[in-house]
Design a protein around this ligand. Structure first.
Ligand code: AMP
Ligand code: MN
Ligand code: MN
Ligand code: MN
Length: 284
């Protein structure tokens, strides 16, 4: 397969912090011309069988997916897994452990918001969560908008939910080695998600790419809803430098919040190995 393929290999459903069901996402993706799709919920693969069936019903090809939260050099980084066996026990256990701290973290976030006068945030966020095991900052953001405290979720993140702000609670996620290992051992390909979103120094970013590769990681998101056109070029160069394949995904969460719709991004730049070339045998 060539790089001229409408692949969307990064998005979220109600199983994590999206607002559409896997079936609604599949219909929207197909309607937007997506040919190869993956649902990549945060730290959770409970939607995979539904998503694969919905893709089939819509005539799209499908790859299993997940977006795993890890901690690297003091920051939260996201590693997308594609094409792994969704019934793999170690992968399921690893994700279960990764989700584990979210309940306590959510209560601590709620306490720290209460300290600046915002009450009931835990219960409010839970109302927005489709999956009680997966309360994320996004659900808090939706609650704060609903409560009239901010105009939109971007404003909530800016004022409350990012490092140094009152609702932010630091958290230690999985390790890079573990997340890449779970994906690779389950027959999948590991992908560094939206690398431009992190605030690493050049040295830290180099370390992330080098260690990721050393642990068996094989790809990086080049074209994502989180990157500018200049960042497509920068990470296409990084992919070539590190011998990584390239992925493409909108990171769509919601029709009301996401800037980039499913399947609406530019194609991958030429001269790169598309990640789906590595996964030919895993496409359903
Ligand atoms: P969590 O895994 O609970 O830390 O939540 C992370 C999620 O919050 C990401 O996957 C995004 O969906 C969302 N998010 C993070 N930063 C921002 C931001 N600056 N603006 C809007 N959404 C954000
Ligand atoms: Mn998210
Ligand atoms: Mn992410
Ligand atoms: Mn994402």
């Amino acid at each position: 397969m060539t790089s001229i393929l409408n692949a969307d290999l990064h998005c979220h459903s109600v199983v994590s912090d999206g607002t559409l069901t896997p079936e609604e996402l599949a219909a929207r993706a197909a309607n937007n011309g997506v040919e190869l799709w993956a649902l990549t919920d945060h730290d959770e693969i409970g939607g995979q069988h539904r998503a694969a069936a919905a893709a089939r019903a819509q005539g799209m090809k499908y790859l299993t997916g997940a977006e795993i939260s890890i901690t690297f050099a003091g920051q939260t980084v996201h590693i997308v897994g594609l094409g792994f066996d969704p019934d793999d026990t170690r992968m399921q256990q690893g994700l279960y452990q990764t989700r584990g701290g979210r309940g306590q973290r959510a209560m601590a976030m709620s306490d720290s918001l209460a300290a600046v006068g915002i009450r009931g945030a835990y219960e409010g966020a839970l109302q927005h969560a489709g999956n009680p095991e997966l309360v994320s900052r996004t659900h808090f953001a939706r609650f704060l908008v609903e409560a009239g405290i901010c105009r939109d979720t971007n404003e909530v993140f800016r004022k409350y939910l990012t490092e140094g702000k009152p609702g932010f609670v630091p958290h230690r996620w999985a390790t890079l080695r573990d997340a890449v290992g779970w994906i690779v051992d389950a027959g999948g390909v590991a992908v560094i998600a939206h690398p431009a979103r992190y605030s690493f120094s050049a040295n830290e970013e180099y370390a992330l790419f080098s260690e990721f590769k050393a642990h068996g990681g094989q790809a990086v998101e080049v074209v994502t809803g989180s990157h500018t056109a200049a960042e497509y070029v920068k990470y296409a160069d990084m992919a070539r430098e590190f011998g990584l394949a390239a992925s493409r995904g909108s990171d769509f969460h919601s029709p009301d919040e996401s800037r980039t719709d499913l399947g609406a991004l530019p194609y991958l730049p030429g001269g790169l190995t598309p990640v789906w070339e590595l996964l030919a045998g895993r496409i359903q």
